[in-house]
Design a protein around this ligand. Structure first.
Ligand SMILES: [Zn+2]
Length: 132
């Protein structure tokens, strides 16, 4: 189960729309399993098929989260031409088994789909997104 406020859900979707036609990505931080802050990250791949975060930017975010007493709860990114389901590359690049991978599909741009997954050792399991 991934819990976040509607306002955050809307911001994620807005950010992925801004990044279109490339994939957009970001980090979701919070406490006690509840999202409290969104970090919109740059996709240094600048690609419609992949995303990659800038290591320096990511380091800054990690430091900011630590200072604020927040944990990384999720990583989101968009799929511009495919379903909201992890690609084989997403699975390969999923280094954090405890973190939720939130994917927004902009395949239907006016009707984005958003789903959340845990990826552990190559195994994908979907979890429910609960809007607060
Ligand atoms: Zn992906």
């Amino acid at each position: 189960m991934f819990r976040l406020k509607k306002e955050f859900l809307n911001r994620i979707i807005e950010h992925t729309r801004k990044g279109y036609p490339n994939e957009a990505c970001g980090i979701l931080a919070g406490r006690g399993g509840k999202v409290e802050k969104i970090y919109e990250m740059n996709n240094i791949d600048k690609s419609p098929a992949t995303y990659f975060m800038d290591a320096k930017e990511q380091f800054k975010v990690m430091k900011d989260m630590r200072n604020a007493g927040l944990e990384m709860l999720g990583i989101y990114h968009s799929h511009v031409a495919s379903h909201a389901y992890p690609s084989s590359r997403d699975v390969e690049m999923a280094f954090y088994p405890e973190v939720s991978y939130v994917i927004v599909s902009l395949q239907e741009k006016d009707n984005p789909a958003i789903r959340s997954f845990k990826i552990n050792d190559g195994k994908i399991s979907e979890e429910e997104i609960v809007c607060l």
